[in-house]
Design a protein around this ligand. Structure first.
Ligand code: GLA
Length: 379
């Protein structure tokens, strides 16, 4: 072989091994925010177990953490007193491992999606404090114990704060039967079951003045009593114009001033008109529908796509400013086709709160976040 053809061969080899610009890896959410925080997604078990391989691949490519949408809630994992069902949760463990994602446990103690037997005693009466505490202890010990070293963080207590009135706490069966210290004890039991797991208090609407002040009060109390809490999860079920970014920022600042980590645990942006009940993401709340509250059944107009993209960009500006305090930002769902907001608070609407559309295609909001994540940041 002469020198010329040898050089030509080498050049050819180099050209074929280098990625062609058109095939170069596209930037991903998990990639562009890698140095800032984990970017998570809540997934249904159908996505995990291969019923929708395209969705599974998209989730694994774009996100660095997963939260089971339902499968680690009490009613799924512990439906009967002597029956635990671990198959679904185990599938998340394998998926997370395979795709190098962190796994989040959600949620140990909540008033919703908890089977009726938990709050029943003898003769249809409520159980005693001791009986309910033992149930809570056994549940936490069994579930957290099983996933020790596999689940990075647990949402230990979900939505214990009240939505109005003079009381700090919601009058849930947990509080009624055990007393206010059910929160302290849930954290202590979780810490006992896995001393290395990060333990979070999780709630919605924490950006409103009342709930922000009340959550700070609650968290301060936990810290003062030496309760093993790592941080606070702000669910962040937002709307296009509510809450204002200044309130989002204030909440993050107030929590991190307590020395707690902050997680955004259930982010989505409702684009549909509502009746003004912004900030109340109580899953049991229902409103009557009418056609004016469901205007985009034929698709989201371009100007609304733009508004959604701008809203996500302004929210992420706040997150990036506070990236030292924020350890994870999780979206509550992968695509618009599966979001809970098609059914909440009014059933049967067509909503568009996420970054991927019903065909799993990226929306302008996704591009806006990739752009934001790719901007240079000062340390
Ligand atoms: C709450 C819960 C989540 C989920 C959403 C709605 O925010 O924490 O587990 O049920 O409601 O889907």
């Amino acid at each position: 072989m002469n020198f010329r053809s040898h050089t030509a061969l080498l050049l050819l080899a180099a050209a074929t091994s280098l990625p062609h610009p058109a095939h170069a890896a596209e930037p991903t959410l998990r990639g562009v925010f890698e140095k800032d925080f984990l970017v998570g997604v809540a997934l249904s078990s159908g996505t995990i177990t291969g019923r929708n391989p395209k969705a599974a691949e998209l989730a694994a490519t774009q996100f660095s953490a997963i939260t089971p949408e339902n499968e680690t809630k009490w009613q799924s994992i512990h439906p009967q007193p002597d029956q635990y069902r671990f198959e679904s949760a185990d599938a998340y463990v394998s998926f997370a491992k395979e795709h190098k994602m962190e796994l989040i446990g959600h949620t140990l103690v909540w008033h919703s999606q908890t089977p009726g037997w938990v709050f029943q005693g003898e003769d249809g009466k409520p159980p005693t404090r001791e009986v309910l505490l033992k149930r809570m202890h056994d549940h936490i010990q069994t579930v957290v114990g099983r996933y020790k070293g596999k689940v990075k963080d647990w949402d230990v207590v979900n939505e214990a704060l009240s939505d109005g009135g003079p009381e700090l706490l919601r009058d849930s069966p947990w509080r009624k039967i055990i007393g206010d210290d059910f929160i302290d004890l849930a954290f202590r039991y979780a810490h006992e079951a896995d001393p290395k797991a990060e333990l979070y208090y999780n709630d919605y609407g924490l950006e409103s003045e009342r709930k922000r002040a009340n959550s700070v009060k609650l968290l301060k109390g936990l810290l003062d009593r030496g309760v093993p809490i790592t941080g606070v999860g702000t669910q962040s079920h937002f709307h296009l114009n509510q809450p204002p970014v200044a309130d989002i920022e204030k909440t993050i600042k107030d929590f991190s001033a307590l020395g707690l980590k902050v997680m955004v645990t259930e982010l989505d942006v409702d684009v549909l008109p509502g009746r003004g009940n912004f900030g109340n993401a109580d899953v049991n709340r229902r409103e009557q529908g009418d056609a004016t509250l469901n205007p985009y059944t034929a698709g989201l107009p371009e100007d609304m796509q733009k508004k959604l993209a701008e809203r996500y960009a302004e929210i992420f500006d706040v997150y990036l400013r506070h990236r030292k305090a924020i350890t994870r930002v999780t979206f509550w769902g992968l695509s618009d086709g599966q979001t809970w907001l098609n059914g909440f608070p009014i059933r049967g609407r067509t909503n568009y709160p996420l970054l991927f559309d019903r065909e799993l295609k990226p929306k302008p909001a996704f591009e806006a976040l990739i752009k934001k994540g790719s901007e240079k940041r000062t340390p």
